[in-house]
Design a protein. Structure first.
Length: 189
Protein backbone atom coordinates (compact mmCIF):
# COMPACT_ATOMS: atom_id res chain seq x y z
CA UNK A 1 0.00 0.00 0.00
CA UNK A 2 1.36 3.42 -0.93
CA UNK A 3 2.26 5.97 1.72
CA UNK A 4 -0.34 8.34 0.24
CA UNK A 5 -3.10 5.77 0.75
CA UNK A 6 -1.91 5.16 4.31
CA UNK A 7 -1.98 8.89 4.99
CA UNK A 8 -5.49 9.12 3.58
CA UNK A 9 -6.63 6.25 5.84
CA UNK A 10 -5.05 7.98 8.83
CA UNK A 11 -6.56 11.34 7.99
CA UNK A 12 -10.04 9.83 7.62
CA UNK A 13 -9.71 8.28 11.09
CA UNK A 14 -8.61 11.42 12.94
CA UNK A 15 -12.05 11.86 14.50
CA UNK A 16 -11.87 8.51 16.33
CA UNK A 17 -8.52 9.49 17.79
CA UNK A 18 -9.81 12.91 18.90
CA UNK A 19 -12.94 11.31 20.35
CA UNK A 20 -10.73 8.97 22.38
CA UNK A 21 -8.87 12.00 23.77
CA UNK A 22 -12.12 13.82 24.54
CA UNK A 23 -13.36 10.77 26.48
CA UNK A 24 -10.17 10.83 28.57
CA UNK A 25 -10.45 14.57 29.28
CA UNK A 26 -14.16 14.22 30.18
CA UNK A 27 -13.34 11.39 32.57
CA UNK A 28 -10.59 13.49 34.17
CA UNK A 29 -12.85 16.52 34.62
CA UNK A 30 -15.61 14.35 36.11
CA UNK A 31 -13.14 12.85 38.60
CA UNK A 32 -11.85 16.34 39.58
CA UNK A 33 -15.34 17.76 40.04
CA UNK A 34 -16.30 14.87 42.30
CA UNK A 35 -13.17 14.25 44.42
CA UNK A 36 -15.21 12.80 47.26
CA UNK A 37 -16.48 10.05 44.99
CA UNK A 38 -16.52 6.66 46.64
CA UNK A 39 -14.20 3.93 45.51
CA UNK A 40 -17.16 1.90 44.24
CA UNK A 41 -18.27 4.78 42.00
CA UNK A 42 -14.69 5.28 40.83
CA UNK A 43 -14.53 1.60 39.89
CA UNK A 44 -17.67 1.92 37.76
CA UNK A 45 -16.66 5.24 36.14
CA UNK A 46 -13.18 3.94 35.34
CA UNK A 47 -14.62 0.67 34.02
CA UNK A 48 -16.90 2.55 31.62
CA UNK A 49 -14.01 4.80 30.56
CA UNK A 50 -11.69 1.83 29.90
CA UNK A 51 -14.45 0.10 27.92
CA UNK A 52 -15.14 3.21 25.79
CA UNK A 53 -11.43 3.93 25.29
CA UNK A 54 -10.75 0.31 24.34
CA UNK A 55 -13.64 0.25 21.89
CA UNK A 56 -12.49 3.47 20.21
CA UNK A 57 -8.87 2.23 20.02
CA UNK A 58 -10.07 -1.06 18.55
CA UNK A 59 -12.16 0.74 15.92
CA UNK A 60 -9.25 3.03 15.02
CA UNK A 61 -6.93 0.00 14.80
CA UNK A 62 -9.13 -1.62 12.18
CA UNK A 63 -9.68 1.64 10.26
CA UNK A 64 -6.01 2.67 10.12
CA UNK A 65 -4.36 0.17 7.76
CA UNK A 66 -0.65 0.63 7.12
CA UNK A 67 0.33 -1.58 4.17
CA UNK A 68 -3.31 -2.69 3.90
CA UNK A 69 -3.27 -4.41 7.30
CA UNK A 70 -4.96 -3.34 10.53
CA UNK A 71 -2.79 -1.45 13.02
CA UNK A 72 -2.11 -4.19 15.57
CA UNK A 73 -0.78 -2.03 18.43
CA UNK A 74 -4.08 -0.11 18.48
CA UNK A 75 -6.09 -3.33 18.20
CA UNK A 76 -4.21 -4.93 21.10
CA UNK A 77 -4.53 -1.68 23.07
CA UNK A 78 -8.27 -1.73 22.40
CA UNK A 79 -8.66 -5.35 23.47
CA UNK A 80 -6.72 -4.69 26.68
CA UNK A 81 -8.93 -1.65 27.42
CA UNK A 82 -12.12 -3.59 26.74
CA UNK A 83 -10.94 -6.49 28.93
CA UNK A 84 -9.92 -4.12 31.75
CA UNK A 85 -13.27 -2.33 31.53
CA UNK A 86 -15.32 -5.53 31.52
CA UNK A 87 -13.36 -7.05 34.41
CA UNK A 88 -13.86 -3.86 36.41
CA UNK A 89 -17.60 -3.62 35.63
CA UNK A 90 -18.35 -7.27 36.36
CA UNK A 91 -16.20 -7.37 39.52
CA UNK A 92 -16.97 -4.01 41.20
CA UNK A 93 -16.30 -5.38 44.67
CA UNK A 94 -12.57 -5.69 44.10
CA UNK A 95 -10.33 -4.11 46.70
CA UNK A 96 -8.58 -0.76 46.33
CA UNK A 97 -5.22 -2.52 45.90
CA UNK A 98 -6.62 -4.78 43.17
CA UNK A 99 -8.12 -1.77 41.41
CA UNK A 100 -4.81 0.08 41.58
CA UNK A 101 -2.96 -2.96 40.22
CA UNK A 102 -5.50 -3.31 37.37
CA UNK A 103 -5.26 0.37 36.46
CA UNK A 104 -1.46 0.29 36.74
CA UNK A 105 -1.11 -2.81 34.54
CA UNK A 106 -3.52 -1.34 31.98
CA UNK A 107 -1.65 1.98 31.90
CA UNK A 108 1.75 0.31 31.50
CA UNK A 109 0.60 -2.02 28.71
CA UNK A 110 -1.30 0.71 26.85
CA UNK A 111 1.65 3.08 27.28
CA UNK A 112 4.14 0.66 25.75
CA UNK A 113 1.75 -0.10 22.88
CA UNK A 114 1.34 3.63 22.19
CA UNK A 115 5.10 4.08 22.14
CA UNK A 116 5.39 1.19 19.66
CA UNK A 117 2.59 2.69 17.54
CA UNK A 118 4.40 6.06 17.51
CA UNK A 119 7.56 4.36 16.32
CA UNK A 120 5.59 2.58 13.58
CA UNK A 121 4.07 5.90 12.44
CA UNK A 122 7.27 7.98 12.63
CA UNK A 123 7.86 7.89 8.87
CA UNK A 124 4.24 8.61 8.00
CA UNK A 125 3.31 11.54 10.23
CA UNK A 126 5.10 14.46 11.76
CA UNK A 127 5.08 15.08 15.50
CA UNK A 128 4.38 11.45 16.30
CA UNK A 129 6.06 12.29 19.57
CA UNK A 130 2.61 13.29 20.89
CA UNK A 131 1.63 9.63 20.74
CA UNK A 132 4.96 8.58 22.24
CA UNK A 133 4.54 11.20 24.99
CA UNK A 134 1.08 9.93 25.88
CA UNK A 135 2.54 6.41 26.00
CA UNK A 136 5.39 7.53 28.23
CA UNK A 137 2.94 9.28 30.54
CA UNK A 138 0.84 6.11 30.72
CA UNK A 139 3.88 4.00 31.65
CA UNK A 140 5.02 6.53 34.28
CA UNK A 141 1.51 6.66 35.73
CA UNK A 142 1.31 2.86 35.92
CA UNK A 143 4.69 2.55 37.63
CA UNK A 144 3.72 5.28 40.12
CA UNK A 145 0.51 3.41 40.93
CA UNK A 146 2.44 0.18 41.53
CA UNK A 147 4.96 1.91 43.80
CA UNK A 148 2.29 3.62 45.96
CA UNK A 149 -0.62 1.14 46.25
CA UNK A 150 -1.52 2.26 49.77
CA UNK A 151 -2.37 5.79 48.62
CA UNK A 152 -5.76 7.03 49.75
CA UNK A 153 -8.80 6.89 47.50
CA UNK A 154 -8.92 10.69 47.17
CA UNK A 155 -5.28 10.85 46.06
CA UNK A 156 -5.96 8.08 43.56
CA UNK A 157 -8.93 9.98 42.14
CA UNK A 158 -6.83 13.14 41.71
CA UNK A 159 -3.90 11.29 40.13
CA UNK A 160 -6.19 9.47 37.74
CA UNK A 161 -8.05 12.68 36.88
CA UNK A 162 -4.89 14.62 36.03
CA UNK A 163 -3.41 11.69 34.14
CA UNK A 164 -6.60 11.27 32.09
CA UNK A 165 -6.71 14.97 31.20
CA UNK A 166 -3.04 15.20 30.18
CA UNK A 167 -3.27 11.91 28.27
CA UNK A 168 -6.49 13.05 26.58
CA UNK A 169 -5.00 16.38 25.52
CA UNK A 170 -1.97 14.60 24.04
CA UNK A 171 -4.25 12.21 22.10
CA UNK A 172 -6.45 15.11 20.90
CA UNK A 173 -3.34 16.95 19.65
CA UNK A 174 -2.25 13.81 17.80
CA UNK A 175 -5.71 13.44 16.24
CA UNK A 176 -5.69 16.99 14.91
CA UNK A 177 -2.16 16.53 13.54
CA UNK A 178 -3.43 13.46 11.68
CA UNK A 179 -6.43 15.44 10.41
CA UNK A 180 -4.04 17.84 8.71
CA UNK A 181 -2.52 14.98 6.70
CA UNK A 182 -5.26 15.24 4.08
CA UNK A 183 -4.47 18.88 3.37
CA UNK A 184 -0.74 18.18 3.14
CA UNK A 185 -1.23 15.13 0.89
CA UNK A 186 -3.58 17.12 -1.37
CA UNK A 187 -1.06 19.98 -1.67
CA UNK A 188 1.80 17.60 -2.48
CA UNK A 189 -0.23 15.61 -5.04
Amino acid sequence: MAVGTMMEDLSRSWGWIVLRGVAAVAFGILALLQPGITLAALVLVWGVYALVDGTLALMAGFRIKPAGKPMWPLIVMGLIGIAAGLITLFRPGITEIALLATIAAWAILVGFLQIFAAIALRKMIRNEWWMALSGLLAVAFGVLMLLRPQAGALAVVLIIAWYAMVFGIAVIMLGFRIKNLTARVARVA
